[in-house]
Design a protein around this ligand. Structure first.
Ligand code: SF4
Length: 488
């Protein structure tokens, strides 16, 4: 363990002065010396190595403990291109070892009391609790299957504390009737359209309200991003409130990057009390994408999957993370982001599967420009039998210019085929880029509509909100207009 971490205000006591038993100090040092070089251990004190193919995930700059972010690539970590994505490495090795199904267990956030300490003491305590003789006998003399069971019982209890109880099972929502119009329509089998409106950069809400009223007749719900690109704008819950006041249904996005476990829980109670009924959990872009001076770059308190797990339990089990009962639990339709083109479709499918198990009821995907290649990801999802447990809305962003197209090719988790880049370059040279961009978007929508497991679209116009009515109309999704004339 480092003597001290530069820039961190709170430092654990320098180890010689720590009030710990000699045995614990010894274990700590031995663990650091052995696990550091072997597994890249960062002494998080909440060891997960059993579930991560013996590679410590704490090297991930976002501190993710449940799989890769939407910007993961086989080549490098998008936050720090000098190193590989550690989660890509974990997935790759898990597949090689035949341990990929272990990646489905929903792993807990850090218990910060333990950070910087060893985990072996907890393992020994657990062995004592189960009976040292029983554990030793089970590991030494039982057949392989039994041996694995004993081993797993020891480590599962260490990594899954009583306040978390994560598992690898599907948890269906524990309420019968839809809680939002978005959920009702998806459940009814409609091909649903949502769109995104960029929150204002100032306190003026004039343009925001104009945009809400512009797109409202054409979409079922409107997303408000939560400081996309780690760049501050009006908060998502405030925009959601303006949407409700103007007769539209919001999807409140909430990014783990800017939340602690306490603020997540308090915000969800406040937002649902104000009438928000759709919540989309994302991990959030890294501050590396933000304007300078940069904020905290090291670790998130939670990842998106942990957020989903906490929120589902608040809603369906009626308690806070710390176990206190919630007398009137919040109601919401719970969503997550999905990324068909990040890392590897096989890897992403595990990550999406885990989100569904944790409680995600709908996905809104990253931008799709290649529906044929997206099919590989869909096939992986089909193998995992998650269609029917989650509604999938595909992300569409109409391209406006050749410059924007080239920019998109650089966005982590987005794939733009060469043919589209060439079409946009040629159209831009003739002054017809916007028309070509709309044409491409309509072609993609046409292809997407027939595919397995797709339940709708999520249009992200990136400030080009005026184009939403045209796209919805020309895509033949005009039926939405009459339905949306009903009060929400
Ligand atoms: S690409 Fe994302 S998941 Fe992978 S190490 Fe970097 S921040 Fe973590």
């Amino acid at each position: 363990m480092p003597i001290f971490t530069p820039g961190r205000r709170w430092q654990p006591a320098y180890s010689p002065f720590k009030k710990e038993t000699f045995g614990r100090v010894l274990l700590e040092n031995v663990e650091y010396l052995i696990k550091g070089p072997l597994f890249g251990c960062r002494m998080c004190g909440n060891c997960l190595l059993q579930e991560t193919a013996f590679i410590c995930p704490m090297e991930c700059p976002k501190g993710l403990r449940n799989g890769p972010c939407g910007g993961s690539t086989p080549e490098y970590c998008y936050v720090d291109k000098t190193r590989p994505c550690i989660w890509y490495k974990i997935y790759e090795r898990s597949f090689k070892m035949g341990r990929e199904e272990d990646l489905l267990e929903v792993l807990p956030p850090l218990d910060w009391d333990k950070v910087g300490t060893e985990t072996w003491g907890d393992v020994f305590d657990q062995v004592k609790k189960m009976g040292t003789g029983k554990v030793a006998g089970g590991l030494l003399f039982k057949p392989a299957k039994e041996r694995y069971k004993v081993w797993d019982e020891v480590f599962r209890n260490v990594r899954e504390p009583g306040w978390w109880q994560g598992d690898d099972k599907y948890h269906a929502p524990a309420y019968p009737e839809p809680v939002s119009e978005l959920e009702r329509r998806l459940k009814a089998g409609e091909f649903v359209v949502a769109c995104e409106i960029a929150p204002p950069l100032s306190m003026s809400t004039k343009k925001l309200i104009e945009n809400i009223n512009l797109v409202k007749p054409y979409v079922t719900a409107i997303n408000f991003t939560d400081n996309a690109s780690a760049t501050p704008r009006m908060t998502s819950w405030a925009c959601s409130k303006f949407a409700i006041e103007n007769g539209a249904e919001p999807v409140m996005q909430i990014a783990a990057r800017d939340r602690t476990r306490a603020s997540l829980q308090s915000e969800i109670l406040g937002a649902t009390a104000m009438g928000v009924r759709n919540v989309l959990c994302v991990t959030g872009d890294s501050p590396i994408l933000a304007p300078k001076p940069r904020g905290r770059m090291e670790i998130n308190d939670l990842d998106a999957i942990q957020m989903i797990w906490i929120l589902r339990r608040m809603r369906d089990e009626g308690h806070y993370l710390d176990g206190r009962e919630i007398k009137f639990p919040p109601k919401f339709f719970l969503g997550a982001a999905a990324s068909p083109f990040a890392s590897d479709p096989k890897f992403q499918a595990i990550r999406e599967h885990k989100k569904v198990n944790a409680g995600a009821q709908f996905f809104q995907t990253n931008l799709v420009y290649d529906p044929d290649r997206m099919e590989i990801w869909l096939n992986e999802l089909a193998k995992r039998d998650i269609f029917g447990k989650v509604y999938i809305m595909i992300g569409i962003t109409p391209l406006k210019s050749a410059k924007m197209t080239h920019f998109m090719t650089e966005v982590p988790g987005v794939f733009v085929p060469k043919s589209i880049v060439e079409r946009m370059d040629a159209a831009d040279a003739k002054g017809g880029a916007q028309e070509e961009g709309v044409k491409i978007a309509l072609e993609i929508i046409e292809k997407i509509r027939g595919k397995q497991g797709i339940n709708g679209l999520h249009i992200m116009p990136v400030g080009w909100e005026d184009i939403v009515p045209r796209i919805v109309t020309e895509a033949g999704l005009i039926g939405q207009i009459e339905m949306n004339a009903m009060p929400v």
